[in-house]
Design a protein. Sequence first.
Length: 519
Amino acid sequence: MYSSYNIINSNILTLDDSCPIANSITIENGKIIAINSPKSTFKSIDCNGATIVPGITDSHFHLKNLGKRLEQLDLKGIKSIEKIVDMVEQKTKKLPSGAWIKGFGWDQSLWPNENFPTAKVLNKISPSHPIMLTRVDGHSIWVNDLALKLSGYDVNNPQAPDGGKIINNCILLDNAMNKIWDVQPEDSFSDVKRWIKIAANTAASRGITNVHDAWQDQYTIDAIKELIAENNFPIRCYGMLGSGYSNLLNEYFQNGHYNSDLYTIRSVKAFIDGALGSRGAALLEPYSDDHCNCGLILISNEEFSKLSKECNDASFQLCTHAIGDKGNRIVLDTYRNATKNSHDHRWRIEHAQMVADEDIPKFLEYNILPSMQPSHCTSDMRWMDKRIGLDRLSRVSRWKSFIDLGIPIPGGSDCPIEDGEPLFEYYAAVTRQNHNGWPKGGWQPQEKIGRLNALKMFTSWAAFGEFSEHRRGQIKLGFDADFTIFDKDITKCSTNKILETQLIATIVNGGFSYNPFSL
């Protein structure tokens, strides 16, 4: 790839108010050096009218998990237990006795009775293979008796720890999963490096130039650094250290932020609650379809307050998973106490899926960013009325409420929980419909947002969420040459054409990280 070149004959959406539309960009050594003034001495690449936007950032991604799950049974969208049983049975025939059978993506709300399965379903498949199938939200797993036994549970009467729950002696929610994770064969460094390479290439092939990787351990950090050194990492990464790795946190808190051209570490990821799909999200009032359950709190007040203080003292951004309205309120109040003497901390609530009216203004007052994934709304809307009742539906996925207060929303997908396709997220944000156009007019349509704001979620607001708005998120002189090129203008094409839009190329740091049309 040329280090210096022009991109011409293109529809460029800069998101820079001083020059919102352009037709050419000039790149030199990974930076934008001219707009609308191509250099005659540079090679020119003709885009034939394609639309260029600032490089798409996915602000909540899981690189290692994506690569890992591409090697597991894919259970997403399967509408019967029988089909899953058949897939597991076929897998047992290919693996030796004692090998773990793993899958990801089941969702009981797609099955005819919408109930969690009983223990006998997996137990009848194989007595010699431990089985672990993760629900689509990642907050519960479905296991057989052998998996329970290996993890130290009493198979006949398994007891969940604080912050966990066990249903039907085979469905383990949130902290109850930990014993199963603890007995898994350890991931090797070569495994992690392979998974991250696969995931980074997959992200680039979807038009993503940057991911905020939510929960990093030492292997992940080392693998990304090695891949970058080998020129095998085609995107940028903003890393969130996993709050469970105390030694790793202490090392970074002492040494400070890590900054390089493609990789930054200056944030920490934590969890306050579970997910709505498994009824583990913490609610202010009980679930409408489980009247004795208000969800789970996964961390004690003391532990969360201590973590918050440590992050604030070390100038690390804290990014906490909160789904339910109670979970969000707890995080907001804890953040306020920890950051009351700091400025421009931009701490984040990851997902912020269900927020009460009185808590919306706190995001602005406390300088907190809601980091949100539009497809969570459209994935969950089918069963949301049963789960929380009609009177609470307006609390879910409140994008417009935040934006109307001037609060920027870093947008993401939570891949591989969702597919990690930016156009799916963009479409969900502007329509609040599934891919078949249901429901007509959108689900809770008062929270739909405009096309430009939806694009900002994955560009300029994502850059703000990682403190890089001075160099990314817009197409502007001196900014990094990160672009996503589509065959259509997604801000103007008809709604039904958004999902038909083709990716032409992905450019990171001035180089083509994905170029199927050989521009």
